[in-house]
Design a protein around this ligand. Structure first.
Ligand code: HEC
Ligand code: HEC
Length: 395
């Protein structure tokens, strides 16, 4: 009798031990690995880190100020961005603990997604291609249609956009995050209180994304001295980029014409264009936000930084290669009433151009097209996409 009890007791202890082992193992897996001294994220001034000499700045006044959207109430600190990094890769953001921001904004893809439209919760599809995150502090409007104006507000939208992405509602999220051992210390370091709050979540994520600067490209390295670091083909590609007037839209320090906001019903911030992808309007884009029919089919002009890594391309991910994008501009621009004036024949002939005018046919030679792609490949910042301070700390 006594022995039987002892055996049962021992067995019980064993089961408990195995059980807690498994449990600790699981927790250990989800414990972020952070450096003893935090990585350095904060910068004094954005303009001080932008390499000089970008030939496409063209006197844009906002470009010379750096266009920094950091609000005085939420300056980026190393501790705040460290918390933001952990949150960015936190799978508790989704209902079934499977999706984090980093699932769709993948570092190796320049913080874009490598599928046309991102898969959300239980494989549900959205309708748009994930925007590659970089230099987010130089943006005034967020999303392809510009429906949000601050990064603080933007960061929590995917969470609230419950149906599409299966993300948690914010009160639930706060509860879930409170169950993890590592957040109180991270919140305390970032905001001086261990309490997990919605505001802290959005501010820390915004800080992390504002710290994601990407300027270490061969383009930036050669810009101030006429690109002595380029191959002859890349030099020809740069000349083609200007000759085909790509920089009239992909200009400025972030190659997105930030600050210009030309001829659209949005206050000057980012710039918008109907790029002649379709003769009709399958996605209203900016019109969803402004209500103006002249904005139908206009989308935020994306930055071309890291574009070699962010395939597939366009708001719906319709093109899988840069060659296809170039061919669209070369021969495929569709006539439509809202076609941007900068893609019309008249603009190319130097006679101004009007919205909805006849689309330009660029008639590039196959050599010019491959030169242009070679130039686009110089916009890649390999140090950015391999930098451990932006990487998944749970891995
Ligand atoms: C299921 C995939 C998915 C997840 C998860 C996701 N995103 Fe996105 N993200 C997208 C898509 C798609 C867009 C473009 C949507 C649009 O414009 O309508 C986008 C756009 C953005 C933008 C706008 C960038 C710009 O310059 O306009 C930011 C910022 C952003 N996401 C941050 C986040 C953060 C922070 C998280 C986590 C809280 C997150 N995303 C989670 C797919 C995702
Ligand atoms: C009228 C302004 C305009 C001009 C001129 C222009 N683009 Fe664009 N570009 C855009 C817009 C807007 C988009 C996004 C379109 C969409 O998704 O509907 C875009 C998208 C792109 C993309 C895909 C980026 C991504 O992340 O999906 C590339 C690459 C690109 N353009 C290269 C070029 C090149 C090369 C030229 C010159 C031959 C050029 N663009 C001329 C406005 C312009």
């Amino acid at each position: 009798m006594k022995n039987k009890h002892l055996i049962l007791l021992l067995m019980g202890v064993l089961v408990l031990a195995i059980g807690s082992c498994v449990k600790t193992d699981h927790l250990a897996k989800r414990e972020p690995k952070l450096p003893a001294t935090p990585f350095h994220y904060a910068v004094q001034s954005l303009i001080a880190i932008i390499p000089p000499g970008n030939p496409y700045v063209n006197g844009n006044p906002l470009d010379s100020s750096g266009l920094d959207n950091t609000p005085p109430s939420n300056p980026t600190t190393d501790a705040g961005a460290t918390l933001g990094r952990v949150l960015f890769y936190e799978t508790m953001f989704s209902l079934n603990n499977s999706i984090s921001c980093g699932s769709c904004h993948k570092q190796q893809s320049g913080f874009g997604d490598n599928v046309p439209v991102s898969l959300g919760y239980e494989g549900q599809k959205g309708t748009r291609n994930a925007i590659a995150l970089a230099n987010e502090n130089m943006n005034a409007n967020f999303f392809w249609d510009g429906r949000v104006n601050t990064l603080e507000a933007q960061t929590i939208m995917p969470v609230q956009n419950h149906k599409e992405m299966g993300m948690e509602n914010l009160d639930n999220l706060v509860k879930k995050l409170s169950s993890a051992s590592y957040y109180p210390a991270l919140f305390n370091a970032a905001f001086g209180s261990p309490e997990i709050t919605k505001q802290g979540i959005s501010e820390a994520l915004a800080q992390f994304m504002r710290s994601m600067h990407t300027f270490n490209t061969r383009f930036d390295q050669g810009a101030a001295s006429g690109f002595p670091n380029f191959t002859p083909q890349e030099l020809n590609g740069e000349a083609t980029f200007r000759a085909m007037k790509c920089n009239s839209c992909h200009g400025g320090n972030n190659l997105d014409n930030g600050g210009m906001g030309m001829d659209h019903n949005m206050p000057s911030g980012n710039d918008w264009a109907n790029g002649g992808l379709d003769a009709g309007f399958p996605d209203p884009g900016l019109m969803d936000v402004t209500g103006a029919s002249s904005d139908n089919g206009a989308f935020k002009i994306p930055s071309l930084r890291n574009v070699s890594l962010t395939a597939p391309y366009m708001h719906d991910g319709r093109f899988s290669t840069l060659e296809q994008v170039v061919e669209h501009y070369n021969s495929g621009i569709a006539a439509n009433p809202n076609l941007d004036f900068r893609l019309t024949q008249a603009f190319f002939n130097g006679t101004g151009g009007t919205t909805g005018g006849a689309p330009v046919r660029m008639n590039m030679t196959s050599q010019q097209k491959s030169d242009l792609v070679a130039f686009l490949n110089t916009l890649t910042d390999n140090s950015f996409v391999s930098d451990p301070k932006f990487a998944d700390p749970f891995k």
